[in-house]
Design a protein around this ligand. Structure first.
Ligand code: SAM
Ligand code: ZN
Length: 295
């Protein structure tokens, strides 16, 4: 267990108690705040900093599908674009909100030696994997809607990759000179799969919505990334399973829905990678929170 929680010990100074927001320390078996609230460190090296009822995150089956799919490299061009979006001089803490298995953040940490990292995710199966994704990564179960269990102004980098966003909390935890990197799907993302299985498609006005949500940030730049991929049936099922449909259908039901499609299947990955910085003067008020899109 000791080696797995090394990442957690590295980043504990950035964490805050989810109950009273005070600073925390690690003991041999728990994360404990100044007021004595204690949160057990799991055998796998992660900690749950949640209060009461948390939003249900991705299921174990969805996370296994995500692990297989990302591990096969299908989204590596996206990961590369995320790494490129993080300034090479970035130093301090990088936080991946809704960071899943830690795949993206681990790659960022490998490429940017000045950063340590925290994955926040509400899914235990995801965070269990994230805890072993990189030695400089601490993994924390947290519900982004309940507020981020982080101290104010601790993050040099925040990532939001196909994940829910809490703009007000992101602004609070980001340093004034920090960057927010957001990956969102475009309406063309996986269009062939979307039409075949009747997935919820990405709404055309997503970019407009993103800009509205992040009204207290300045858009520094964005790139549209589009490339073809060929997926065998297993990978096609995983791709659907690891997205929002995975909450409603299991692998067998998804495989049945894909039966009439060619195997292997050619489809298109299409995303926008955007870099934002906090607006120096504060800017107009933004809505408190909104949900990210499908993976
Ligand atoms: C589509 S997945 C993306 C995961 C990861 N960013 C990636 O690209 O591999 C969305 C993630 O957000 C997590 N999630 C959903 N609601 C959340 C919430 N309220 N707070 C934190 N994480 C949440 C899910 O458990 C899931 O891991
Ligand atoms: Zn406390």
């Amino acid at each position: 267990m000791e080696h797995r929680r090394r990442g957690l010990d590295l980043v504990v100074d950035a964490l805050a108690c989810p109950l009273c927001r005070s600073v925390v320390v690690t003991t041999t078996s728990a994360v404990v705040c100044e007021n004595g609230h204690a949160f057990d460190i799991a055998r796998q090296g992660y900690v749950s900093l949640t209060t009461g009822r948390a939003t249900a995150g991705d299921t174990a089956e969805m996370i296994e599908a995500r692990d297989r799919f990302l591990g096969a490299g299908h989204y590596d061009p996206i990961v590369d674009a995320v790494v490129d979006a993080v300034p090479s001089s970035a130093a301090g803490l990088a936080v991946d909100v809704g960071g899943g298995t830690g795949y993206h953040l681990a790659r960022v940490l490998t490429a940017r030696g000045g950063l340590d990292g925290i994955v926040l995710d509400t899914s235990k199966p995801a965070v269990r994997r994230a805890a072993r994704a990189h030695p400089r990564l601490g993994a924390v179960v947290a519900d982004a809607w309940a507020g981020l269990p982080l101290r104010t102004g601790v993050a040099a980098v925040v990532l939001s990759v196909f994940a829910p966003r809490n703009p007000a909390e992101t602004l609070r935890v980001l340093r004034e000179d920090g960057v927010l990197v957001v990956v969102t799907p475009t309406p063309r993302h996986l269009a062939e799969l979307v039409s075949a299985v009747g997935l919820v498609s990405v709404d055309d006005r997503k970019e407009e919505r993103l800009a509205r949500q992040l009204a207290r940030f300045d858009l520094e730049g964005s790139i549209d990334l589009e490339y073809p991929i060929t997926l065998d049936r297993r990978a096609a099922v995983d791709d659907v399973l690891m997205g929002p449909s995975g909450h409603h259908a299991d692998a067998a039901a998804i495989a049945a829905a894909l039966e009439s499609l060619p195997d292997p299947l050619s489809t298109t990955v299409s995303v926008t990678v955007s870099v934002f910085r906090p607006t120096p003067t504060g800017g107009p008020d933004a809505p408190a929170a909104d949900v990210g899109g499908p993976a």
